[in-house]
Design a protein. Structure first.
Length: 462
């Protein structure tokens, strides 16, 4: 494995990924020369460049580490990098030390008191919230987050007091989370997803069982009430449940909205914490807060520290992210890309803005996911008043015959639905009577945020 003390240069293939960019920032912080490649510029890569990390976007071998640097360079890559990519071939054929992002994260958490947040949905929010609660307390932490924290404007946190705790997002894609051996862990959901990797739902559940088996002896697993876990895979840990609806070890009681913010009492095995305030929208974020508060208490954070820090939690970029709030229209952007996430986001909007007309713009992510869940996507999008469905964002995949956004639209019952191109927006919004605009998806739909805000601003002042 990597001997970090002997490494001078860290080169990242796919440096603009959310997990990769956190590693880039970490290695720059500890004094390594850091640079890398990504396919296209993004807000993340531009931020890294502003922080002094060189990035190139051309397939140009003259910009990569030389053979003379081979023994002092480590190359980190993601599974999304194609094996026929010229840089990948160069590194593999010339014997460079190459590691997946997940393996490096496993190395960095070894010997630490690792808090790993896993689950097919919600893990980024729970990770960021947990990291925030620890960071604002006497416990402190470092954290590798799967999103940009709006409190800290970064996806990497570093401790101020040599805290042994490290909070990480444990990604099930490509079984990456099996590189971790946490002391404390969360599982939010175990829905079918990434079936291009796993094949079927049973294999997804099996992988989560393998993750549970790697929690260290005497450790703790917190899981969402109702998940069908096999506790026999690890009988040397403590199990707790959490919920906002059913009786659980950690449970939100008396949830209410006061002046636009959620208030709730938190029941715990150690007593009830009354009147916590979460000034961040979405009922699913109350559930995420219960998990984060539980992790914090189990890490030694004091009740009053939780109360004060939860009150100032600002959320995650692209997670129920209110981009515009005018007299006529509110615009919310969200990363939702699985049917259950779409449903949770849309229902949260309905709860917060009862009686308002909601128009959603959805960009499906991956041909395989669209094929596997077309009906479920259709059912979730039927919760909208108006649905605009963009073409599929392919990410790492090649097109599949017969799989496009029409596969979803044809199964929707709504009569107010449109198939559209990115170039049709935001002008297409003028055809709909709407109070709330949502953009939904994990691809490049976030590039529509600025033009949509500009459009909504213009009609506010028309």
């Amino acid at each position: 494995m990597i001997d970090i003390t002997q490494i001078k240069r860290v080169y990242l293939l796919g440096i603009g990924g959310i997990g990769m960019s956190a590693l880039a920032r970490y290695f720059q912080f500890i004094g390594k020369d850091v640079d890398g490649y990504d396919k296209t510029p993004s807000s993340l890569t531009l931020d890294l460049e502003k922080e002094g990390i060189p990035i190139h976007y051309a397939d140009d071998l003259s910009l990569v580490p030389t053979l003379a640097e081979k023994n002092t360079t480590v190359v980190i890559y993601t599974p999304a990098v194609p094996v026929d990519f010229a840089e990948y071939i160069y590194f593999t054929t010339n014997g460079f030390s190459m590691y997946k992002r997940s393996a490096v994260l496993g190395l960095l958490t070894a010997g630490k008191r690792c808090i790993a947040i896993a689950g097919t949905h919600g893990k980024t929010s729970v990770t960021t919230m947990t990291a925030h609660l620890l960071k604002q307390s006497h416990v402190d932490c470092s954290a590798f987050m799967g999103g940009i924290s709006k409190n800290y404007q970064t996806n990497l946190l570093l401790p101020d007091n040599n805290s042994p705790y490290i909070v990480v997002e444990a990604d099930e894609f490509d079984r990456s989370f099996l590189q971790l051996h946490p002391e404390l862990a969360v599982i939010t959901w175990m829905d079918a997803d990434h079936l291009d990797i796993y094949g079927d739902h049973e294999s997804v559940i099996k992988a989560f069982g393998d993750f549970i088996s790697q929690i260290v002896d005497g450790g703790t697993l917190l899981y969402r009430h109702g998940l069908a876990l096999d506790k026999s895979v690890n009988e040397k840990i403590t199990y707790y449940t959490y919920s906002i609806r059913e009786s659980a070890d950690f449970e939100a009681l008396a949830i209410r909205i006061i002046d636009g913010a959620y208030h709730f009492d938190l029941k715990t095995p150690f007593g009830t914490i009354p009147n916590l305030r979460l000034n961040y929208p979405g009922l699913m974020n109350v559930e995420n807060a219960v998990a984060a508060c539980a992790m914090s208490l189990l890490s030694g954070v004091m009740q009053e520290e939780i109360r004060s820090s939860l009150n100032i939690y600002s959320g995650v970029v692209r997670r129920f992210d209110i981009q515009f709030s005018g007299k006529k229209t509110i615009y919310i952007d969200d990363y939702a890309h699985h049917p259950r996430e779409l449903e949770a986001t849309i229902r949260s909007v309905r709860d917060l803005y009862p009686g308002k007309r909601v128009t959603g713009i959805f960009q499906p992510h991956l041909f395989s996911r669209t094929k596997d869940f077309a009906l479920e996507f259709a059912e979730a999008l039927d919760l909208l008043d108006n649905a605009l469905v963009m073409e599929i964002y392919p990410a790492r995949e090649l097109p599949m015959e017969g799989v496009d956004s029409a596969l979803i639209l044809n199964q929707m019952k709504s009569t107010s639905k449109v198939r559209c191109q990115k170039s049709d927006l935001p002008a297409l919004l003028a055809n709909f009577d709407t109070d709330i605009v949502l953009t939904l998806g994990a691809g490049d739909i976030d590039r529509l945020i600025e033009p949509i805000v500009e459009y909504l601003t213009s009609i506010e002042h028309a």
